[in-house]
Design a protein around this ligand. Structure first.
Ligand code: PPE
Length: 308
């Protein structure tokens, strides 16, 4: 899906025209993947655009930056305001927001420390990552032959731009094989996450998802779904999942900011028990939609309203 341009992008404290949001070709981040980023969504609600768990996303961005010795030259509050300004300036309501912290132009070579730390925030309308039809029909996933980078190669908990070249290998392999998405295992053979989503299964009414120690991203949608499911009375267990657990699941689904909550209907050509979207997945999807739409009082604390 091509990016739909809007008017302005926030760069290092200024809103610049979309076409002028460029960087130097010798930027460190471009050569060595030295950047960290976030993916955030805002939703159209009765009270205007509402950004979902904005503070949590910005906090995670700072944690990722800390890991790579990147000192962000703005405070968390300033970046929260930058997101709100970008949405407002572009007159957006429902949109995807991409804060990016990257090493800019200075010296060539692997030492990133001499390079400046630059920051940008872009926002644009973006439909669902795995397609609108995926919401009901679900997707076909393939377990990748590519292992997820682990805690001692590229820490999966830090959302660094460079590590996504690993996920891209998995994504391309899945697409070329005729599947919609990849599921990556760690070096011990347990499930981590999709190329850009966390994974859940449902078995006998209980939800299971890999623990963070397996090497998945500390997903904010994952965290939200765990909280919502527990509030609904479901038991949610964080434990290692094998590929057999996926094949034998009653239901499975992906969670992520870009993807939201998407049923997995097949893994490696094996139909899951639900043969499409299962009842638990459907229930959680429905609640998630209500939460992000600002319709459920209990979760209002997760929304930051951006008023014009
Ligand atoms: N695992 C990975 C590897 C991942 O990239 C994401 C987000 C998640 C899990 C879910 O995390 P969260 O969004 O906090 O619930 N992937 C982002 C980027 C996707 C992309 O193609 O770029 C996203 O969903 O915004």
């Amino acid at each position: 899906m091509p990016i739909e341009p809007v008017k302005k992008i926030w760069m290092d404290g200024r809103l610049v025209d979309w076409d002028d949001a460029t960087i130097h070709i010798l930027s460190h981040g471009l050569h060595y993947g030295s950047g960290v980023f976030e993916g955030v969504r805002a939703y159209d609600t009765k009270r205007g655009a509402a950004v979902f768990r904005l503070n949590d996303h910005i906090r995670r961005l700072f944690r990722s930056a800390h890991m790579y010795f990147m000192e962000i030259p703005f405070t968390q509050e300033e970046l929260v305001d930058a997101v709100a300004d970008t949405i407002r300036e572009n007159g957006l309501s429902a949109c995807y927001i991409r804060p990016l912290v990257y090493r800019g132009y200075a010296e060539m070579g692997l030492n990133p420390l001499p390079a400046p730390v630059n920051v940008s925030v872009a926002a644009w309308p973006w439909g669902l990552y795995l397609g609108e039809e995926s919401v009901e029909a679900g997707v076909r996933a393939k377990i990748s032959s590519w292992k997820r980078n682990d805690h001692n190669t590229l820490p999966p908990m830090a959302k660094a731009t460079g590590q996504y070249i690993n996920s891209s290998l998995a994504k391309v392999e899945a697409l070329k094989g005729g599947y919609d998405e990849a599921i990556m295992l760690n070096h011990a053979g347990y499930v981590t996450d999709g190329s850009g989503e966390n994974v859940f299964i449902v078995k006998d009414g209980v939800l299971f998802t890999p623990p963070l120690s397996a090497g998945c991203l500390d997903g904010i949608t994952r965290d939200s779904i765990i909280a919502i499911a527990r509030d609904q009375g479901y038991e949610v267990v964080e434990r290692n999942l094998s590929r057999f657990d996926l094949y034998a699941a009653d239901e499975a689904f992906f969670t992520g900011t870009a993807a939201e909550v998407v049923p997995i209907r097949e893994v490696d050509d094996r139909q899951l028990g639900s043969n499409g979207r299962g009842p638990v997945t459907k229930e959680l999807q429905g609640i998630f939609l209500g939460v992000t739409g600002g319709e459920i009082e209990k979760y209002q604390g997760w929304l930051t309203y951006v008023t014009g």
